[in-house]
Ligand binder design. Structure first.
Ligand code: DC
Length: 234
């Protein structure tokens, strides 16, 4: 029996640990992992560098016009065996997870022209299947036909605590209350925007990981993926 490849869509609120479990799963299944949040973050970084976005202004039109010249792609980093994100051929991995980028990314991700461009790239990356993709609209918009859809949730406080710890470990100077505020603000913008709001697909399996270890989450999703692969491989 030849094992068929599936698409695993992992959606959910920010900092639910989607990417950690998605990376582990992709490695185990020998699938491609695509962090779609990184793509929205790279476009946000570009916008910030052009000074088109700040605390109280956003030149949306300038960004829309520049979209054709923004190139986003992933390249394998051999030292970690995972892909880094490239913005116009520059590796921007170390800049895109800063709080300043997090503070603007939901505004950029709400623009339909941005979503259209990135969704097309994401569909292309998964067209051969064999992909684990995490984001907000993977199971609803990018791959509504994904064989396995997971929707991850956890309380805002749990999520902010995780992100705060991650940032501190990286050496960022941040306060917990600012991280929590950002998590809540992004939840609000991401789930109320007009285009592709964050919502659970009807056929997604919801996992609240507030009190689950990483290993428990991984084993649970791996089991679901294996069952699906067996089922479709006949
Ligand atoms: O997963 P993340 O926190 O790195 O995502 C950053 C932002 O990008 C998030 O606030 C919403 C947006 N996003 C999106 O709108 N659609 C996706 N598929 C992935 C991320």
């Amino acid at each position: 029996m030849k094992e068929k490849k599936i698409v695993v869509a992992i959606d959910g609120y920010s900092s639910t640990g989607k990417s950690t479990v998605a990376k582990q799963l992709a490695k185990k299944l020998e699938y491609i992992y695509v962090d779609t949040g990184a793509m929205y973050r790279a476009v946000t970084l570009y916008t910030m560098r052009q000074n088109w976005i700040s605390q109280n202004s956003f030149d949306q039109e300038a960004l829309e016009q520049a979209l054709v010249s923004i190139r986003i792609r992933f390249e394998i980093n051999p030292s970690i065996g995972l892909a880094d994100i490239l913005l116009n051929d520059e590796n921007v991995e170390k800049y895109i997870r800063k709080l300043e980028v997090s503070q603007h990314v939901s505004q950029v991700a709400a623009i339909s022209a941005v979503r259209k461009k990135l969704v097309a790239l994401q569909k292309e990356m998964g067209k051969e299947r064999g992909v684990v993709m995490d984001g907000r609209d993977i199971g609803t918009v990018v791959f509504p036909d994904a064989e396995l859809k997971i929707f991850m949730t956890a309380t805002p406080e749990d999520r902010a605590q995780r992100r705060f710890k991650e940032m501190k470990e990286r050496g960022d100077v941040v306060e917990y209350k600012d991280v929590l505020e950002n998590v809540k603000q992004r939840d609000h913008i991401d789930s109320t925007r007009k285009d592709s709001p964050l919502q659970k697909a009807k056929d997604a399996i919801e996992i609240d990981n507030s009190s689950m270890s990483l290993e428990e989450q991984f084993q649970c999703i791996l089991q679901l993926a294996k069952e699906k692969i067996t089922e479709i491989s006949g």
